[in-house]
Design a protein around this ligand. Structure first.
Ligand code: R5P
Length: 264
């Protein structure tokens, strides 16, 4: 791996443990103004001191995030549809590699929709993006997206989707946690991080999911709604950090969450 590529990977994954707490705030690229991201800066800025890398779109980065922050950016570069479309898999590339570089991106992120109507295009877009990234030393994060078909999130599907993303050259794969998650991680030779998905019933459920993912070999989280839609986002991200970087159990992390939550 070239020096630039290695350096960017190490800015995202902390060299001490090769893990990351990536904060995902890119949802607006197809959802628009969702709850708690109506004014992105208000939600995101207080969380930055607890964040290793930020997954975001170029519009919100340019307009809402102060460039003074020294935050590794994972730039969402795919899109082209909205929640109002019937088929969410119809995504194309939305940002040139030159603009990603202009923004100082550490990595670029694209969704692939394995098994969907637009599987072919999204997989070829991933391959093209990897080629462009190789040229400039920019890693590519592939998201194994499922659109509305949340039931697809099982080990067989996700193992194959992650592996296909890796085979096409992705440097990082983001996927969902599922039963038998170890199989997903074992078959994917590049670092795997998990999305949180829609908000879960309780904070403990989220912490248990994060703990199980790390125990199965995930290299961190790329989580959004279960952090910033929580009533206590700082307590939540701090508890997640303790799992990712301090190997605490879900129960210990819940203790961290409760102690910080009670202070507010
Ligand atoms: C999809 O909307 C984006 O790729 C999100 O970044 C991803 O789903 C992670 O966010 P969450 O933890 O809210 O699912």
């Amino acid at each position: 791996m070239d020096w630039g590529m290695q350096n960017r990977m190490q800015r995202i994954f902390k060299p001490e443990d090769n893990r990351t707490v990536m904060l995902a705030v890119d949802h607006g690229y197809f959802l628009g103004s969702i709850s708690r991201l109506e004014e992105p800066a208000k939600t995101v800025e207080p969380l930055l001191p607890f964040t290793d890398s930020l997954m975001i779109t170029r519009g919100i980065l340019r307009n809402c995030i102060n460039p003074r922050y020294n935050m590794p950016i994972v730039l969402r570069v795919s899109g082209g549809n909205s929640i109002l479309s019937e088929d969410l898999s119809n995504e194309g590339l939305t940002v040139s590699m030159e603009d990603a570089l202009r923004l100082g991106a550490c990595a670029v992120a694209i969704s692939v929709y394995v098994g969907s109507a637009h599987e072919h295009e999204t997989l070829l877009n991933l391959a093209k993006l990897v080629d462009a990234g190789q040229e400039y030393g920019i890693p590519v994060l592939a998201v194994t997206a499922v659109g509305r078909e949340l039931e697809k999130r099982d080990a067989r599907y996700l193992t194959n989707a992650c592996r296909i993303a890796c085979e096409l050259g992705a440097h990082i794969v983001k996927t969902y946690y599922c039963d038998d998650f170890q199989k997903v991680v074992e078959s994917c030779p590049v670092p795997v991080v998990i999305a949180g998905g829609p908000k879960l019933k309780s904070e403990l459920d989220v912490l248990e999911m994060a703990y199980n993912a790390i125990a199965c070999g995930a290299k961190g989280v790329d989580m959004g709604r279960n952090i910033w839609q929580s009533q206590w986002p700082i307590a939540m991200i701090t508890a997640i950090r303790s799992i990712v970087h301090k190997n605490t159990s879900a129960k210990e992390a819940y203790g961290v969450f409760c102690s910080l939550k009670d202070k507010k």
